[in-house]
Design a protein around this ligand. Structure first.
Ligand SMILES: [Zn+2]
Length: 408
């Protein structure tokens, strides 16, 4: 029996009903990542967050098409980016029964404006392939899929440390699948999200019930280390590792008319993005899910946040600030000196803790009311406990992030 047949037998024997198999995500965990996540989440949920910078995720979309109608328009791609920003910023309407559980995840997405060589790009790669349903095609016995490799008829990922790679193509049976951080550790060249072209975006020729771009929201939830809301099987033991989502037996489809319960809970969260309900039904992430995603954003996927590939190339070449930060590690004071600053430039320097909270901020440093001409910023660290921090330096709409350590 070849591996493909074994795979389908495992699917067939899975306690999760086959009928609902729209997402090919399989739970893979890494002990180190889970340990970090657990510690981060408990602090995140206890802390009284006042202010946090929005995480901005650069996206590259690979459209890999066989028939012309699979080569979706730029407008369809843009509509998906807008749908992501709507849902991850909670700009959508949430059903009143569930609205009290819904949070703004403070994550936004943008199409990359710089490619891996620093040249201008639209953030969209288009390739024609000889393979129909390339999203389902394997090319070796270790279950590697063609979609991830240009040499095999797909499209090779851009550096997954800097970009969220999304492949849009034809997939047989499934609507999409994604790599968790644990899976990405094993196979970084396949890190990202794969979505069927008929469920991607909010415009174009889309499947009934999949016209709001939510399948991609769901898959990106997996990419940030969220599990299915019912766990990985139909027992009431296995769960999604999130404390504020009730234990739930199995997925829901369509959109239940009545409130439904299972596993002795008070309510199944069938409108959550990590269930299997229709696009116009699913509508929220919880605070616990947000914490788990931010654990990924500050841990395994931290490089995504400091990536500057969404800024246009023209910005990079004009007055790129050159500066020194010292000492690092620091004890009582941190100094930032700009080497090529212009006195009229607007500058903001923020020190963020590992939860993304702003703990110190300085704008256009002044000496006795006179704007500093030598570009020296001194930050007093007396109130900052030991740990890792991010120094965010914004000069004329450019943003540069640097990791610093406080060790007293
Ligand atoms: Zn899924």
């Amino acid at each position: 029996m070849n591996l493909l047949r074994i795979f389908f037998w495992i699917l067939y024997l899975s306690p999760t009903p086959l009928l609902a198999q729209i997402c090919g995500f399989s739970t893979v965990k890494n002990a180190d990542i889970e340990r970090y996540t657990e510690g981060y989440v408990s602090h995140f949920l206890q802390s009284n967050v006042q202010q946090r910078t929005i995480a901005r995720i650069p996206v590259v979309v690979h459209v890999v098409w066989n028939s012309g109608f699979e080569n979706i328009s730029d407008a369809q791609i843009q509509s998906q980016i807008e749908a992501l920003n709507r849902d991850f910023r909670k700009r959508n309407t949430v059903n009143p029964v569930f609205s009290r559980f819904a949070v703004d995840c403070e994550i936004e997405f943008c199409l990359a404006q710089r490619d891996t060589n620093g040249n201008p790009t639209t953030g969209i790669v288009r390739r024609q392939t000889n393979y129909a349903n390339i999203g389902s095609e394997y090319f070796d016995t270790s279950s590697r899929k063609r979609i991830y490799y240009t040499s095999k008829g797909g499209s090779t990922a851009w550096n997954p440390q800097k970009y969220l790679n999304i492949w849009v193509c034809s997939i047989n049976v499934l609507y999409g699948f994604a790599s968790s951080p644990a899976k990405a550790l094993e196979r970084p060249e396949e890190d990202g999200v794969v979505v069927d072209y008929r469920v991607f975006g909010t415009t174009g020729s889309l499947r009934e019930g999949r016209q709001n771009g939510r399948l991609t929201v769901h898959e990106i939830g997996h990419y940030f280390n969220l599990l299915h809301i019912w766990g990985s099987d139909s027992t009431c033991v296995d769960d999604d590792e999130v404390t504020d989502t009730p234990v739930q037996a199995s997925p829901h489809e369509g959109c239940p008319v009545d409130l439904v319960k299972s596993c002795n809970n008070s309510l199944d969260y069938f409108r959550n993005y990590m269930d299997y309900t229709n696009d116009d039904c699913m509508s929220f992430f919880t605070a616990g899910q947000k914490a788990r995603m931010w654990a990924t954003l500050t841990g395994f996927r931290a490089n995504l946040i400091s990536s500057n590939v969404c800024d246009p190339v023209s910005v990079q070449t004009v007055n790129k600030p050159i500066f020194e930060v010292f000492p690092n590690p620091a004890q009582t004071e941190l100094t930032v000196i700009f080497k090529n600053q212009i006195a009229s430039e607007s500058k903001t320097i923020q020190l963020l803790d590992c939860f993304g909270r702003i703990v110190l901020e300085k704008r256009n440093y002044t000496v006795q009311g006179i704007p500093s001409r030598d570009g020296v910023f001194n930050l007093s660290l007396n109130d900052c406990p030991n740990g890792f921090y991010w120094l965010s330096i914004q000069v004329n709409n450019q943003n540069i992030v640097k990791k610093v350590v406080i060790q007293k």
